[in-house]
Design a protein. Sequence first.
Length: 329
Amino acid sequence: MPPSPAFNILIVAQAGRLEFEAIIFLASLRRASPSFAGRVIVAEPQPVGAWSGHETRLSDEGRAVISGLGGEILPFTATVFGAAYPQGNKIEALALLPAGEPFIFFDTDTLITGPLDGIDVSRPTASMRREGTWPVPPAYGPGFTGIWRSLYRRFGLDFETSLDEGQPDEHWERYLYFNAGWFLGPDPAEFGRRFLTWAREVRDDPQDELACQTLEPWLDQVILPLVVHSLGGGRPGPALAALDGEASFHYRKLPLLYVFGAPGQIALLEDAVAGKEIKQVLRNWEPARKLIYQRKGRDKVRPIFDGASLPRLERAIRNQIKAKGWWLV
């Protein structure tokens, strides 16, 4: 088997939480995958266009740390989504990537926990660490099949070949659905063009089958499987299992890292951000200051669930953390 091609990484960072998460991401990348030799492009939305009126630029201190960790900060102007739909940053930022060079996009609320070398980026795919969040079929229809079929038909795609035939009809896992926390492919240019065009079309004209559906905040996850399928991709195989396991951990909110993270992952986080330059910046963010540096994540959050079965719904976990006063995000 030929070696997997080198690839670039794309994340998005802007003033506030994403700036601090980007520092954690890069620090963990350098700690857990020191031989990664690709570019790490940090897309910075500018306070113009669809972000007009919002201060999005990174702080000078954060910019210095990100650059010091090897992040290439590149500005972009969001013209379609911006403040009205911040998740759209990941769609519009794809235009920054070099055409024809393989890529992986990661949400900044991701901890790199193992080597990324050799990840197969030759076929478009995305994270399967998801729940059945969309669609929510109304009582009188259409059901899952009707809703998803309408989207595939709208963009001239073969719906039947996207199905997981091992799952029963009208069960959400039968239909191609991803978490947009990471996605990858061999060419960001065409991937990005389709993602942006189709997302804008569905936002502006949902059509009858989506009349009862909520597209906020699910629009990116609605369109992502269509793009992946249209480019010949699909569900990730066993070779990519590490991106939802040993190599990366999409923790989403820092308190949840202390709930779901393995002891080794928590230790890696704390070790990666222990340096003076990183600590000086991260201490400006309350979640990092209290949960990481004051050890409240270990001493207060983790014990809430130690030795007990976790609630089935993440909402219940969040509520328990909030009740104890440690939902710092």
